[in-house]
Design a protein around this ligand. Sequence first.
Ligand SMILES: CC(=O)N[C@H]1[C@@H](OP(=O)(O)OP(=O)(O)OC[C@H]2O[C@@H](n3ccc(=O)[nH]c3=O)[C@H](O)[C@@H]2O)O[C@H](CO)[C@@H](O)[C@@H]1O[C@H](C)C(=O)N[C@@H](C)C(=O)N[C@H](CCC(=O)O)C(=O)O
Ligand SMILES: Nc1ncnc2c1ncn2[C@@H]1O[C@H](COP(=O)(O)OP(=O)(O)OP(=O)(O)O)[C@@H](O)[C@H]1O
Length: 521
Amino acid sequence: MTSPSGRMRPTHPSAHGIVDLVDAFALRTAEPGSAPGPLTGVTVASSDAEPGDLFVALQGLKAHGAAYAAAAVAAGAVAILTDDAGARLCADVRPALGVPVLVADDPRALLGDVAAWAYDYPARELVTIAVTGTNGKTTTTYFVDAALRGTHATTAVLGTVELRIGEDAIESPRTTVEAPALHALLALARERGATAATLEASSHALALGRVHGLTFDVVGFTNLQRDHLDFHGTMEGYFADKARLFAPGQARRGVVVVDDAWGRALVARAQIPVESVATHVGSPESATADWAVVEATIGLDGVGSTFGLRGPDGVVHAATSPLPGLVNVSNAALAIVLAHRAGISLADAIAGVARAHAIPGRMERVIERGDGWPLALVDYAHTPDALVLALEAVRPITPGKLIIVFGSDGDRDTGKRPLMGEIAARLADVLVVTDENPRSEVPAQIRAEILAGALAQRPAGTDIHEATSRADAIRTALELAEAEDTIIITGKGHEPTQEIAGVFHRYNDRDVLRAAVVTAQ
Ligand SMILES: CC(=O)N[C@H]1[C@@H](OP(=O)(O)OP(=O)(O)OC[C@H]2O[C@@H](n3ccc(=O)[nH]c3=O)[C@H](O)[C@@H]2O)O[C@H](CO)[C@@H](O)[C@@H]1O[C@H](C)C(=O)N[C@@H](C)C(=O)N[C@H](CCC(=O)O)C(=O)O
Ligand SMILES: Nc1ncnc2c1ncn2[C@@H]1O[C@H](COP(=O)(O)OP(=O)(O)OP(=O)(O)O)[C@@H](O)[C@H]1O
């Protein structure tokens, strides 16, 4: 993987005139200025500005981007696009910025279209697929990508774990990058000969227009569970933001898992053609859905599952999920239909998903059981529902005790903390409660809220431990474990850092586990 600060932009961007930008988007000019060169890129972050960029200065939650316009110009930005408030801030800069300051009423609403224009609409030359939902986005996108790879020699997959084009990848700053970065990545993908791109669309991204400026060929919905209520306010608000992906102009067709009521509501409300997929065997939805999982056998070794997928024509196809647990049967079924609707034959889609590699931090087996070692897995479950499913998936492959190491994020939905504690105390045998990403919060307070939930379920507090450092928590779990036990470390998955009090420390659960094995040898 290239360095996290590495940029993924086209190496041969085309040059546009500022006059053409003004004409194309009916912009007003606050300051005529003088562009030092043609426009070759777009950014919303001064720290990412490169020579030739249009710096789009947005009103943020904490600041107005126009406050950073001078920094962007110093880095080479050739023009500023902002709103009226931003233009006033730019007018106050002394000495004057010197570059044209352009104004739109709502620059965020234009951002995706401007970025697509600047990079010559790369998405039009790629098969594009987006997946949304609370859980399963990453897994489903990797499954879809595996299915596409049989037909498309070079693909891109853009999401939480990494930004990957072909075999070249960098760490991803978030689940869905801002629209200028997205269109730059798609332009680079096109330049490198990619013909398909699969990406995760987070609810934040949909609310903030990060995927504007392209029409996806196919979009998918996994499920909706409690998360991110700090941002969306209510479940209805969260759902409404997810539903934005299933709108004309944003996508041509959709595939929706209808196991939960939100998926069924989405099918009823979507204004694009959608197909439904029911993945709970024997559920009422499976009788009426377009596609349905009609049987599923969980691999007893915990590796994967086989299942039957009934298509709209009534024919049942034998399929495989390469990852453990029923949730991955659901993700695999969705991925197969998405890939098929993106132009892959059903047989090739099924075969491709079956071949998907291990996905970083998703039910990833880091230590295999044997030689006195317990089985140790790292999983990204960080919502109450995901935690239930993760623990239920590993229980059948655990002859001894099930040991969980977990915490909960700071500065995020606080209501889930006692729920996570209660679930862990109910479904695991031994708990080691520790920190996840405390961010600006006091770590001990977060742990106390989790422990309150755990103790409500298990008042005597038996086998409930607390560790102030995550690495210590993992080492504690290893000390407590016998060979027949399973350790599952949840919450951070692939994450390469731990955010504490504004500082991102290099940290990874898998590395700590591997280091413990090496030290013991
Ligand atoms: C809630 C949210 O999404 N916030 C995003 C938003 O931040 P903000 O509105 O607070 O921005 P701000 O700090 O007020 O700054 C205003 C503007 O000035 C710019 N600026 C700011 C400082 C500077 O030095 N230079 C500069 O140019 C910023 O780029 C921004 O455009 O705009 C910023 C610029 O694009 C984003 O970095 C920031 O994402 C933050 C980092 C974030 O944590 N977002 C998370 C919540 C997120 O998006 N998560 C989703 C979902 C994940 C999941 O499903 O689990 C994701 O897609 O990752
Ligand atoms: N279909 C599913 N339903 C419920 N839980 C799931 C599903 N798929 C995966 N999970 C659980 O959710 C965790 C996150 O999975 P994944 O990374 O694929 O989802 P995601 O939507 O990308 O999450 P995030 O947006 O937080 O990155 C997994 O580690 C697993 O525990």
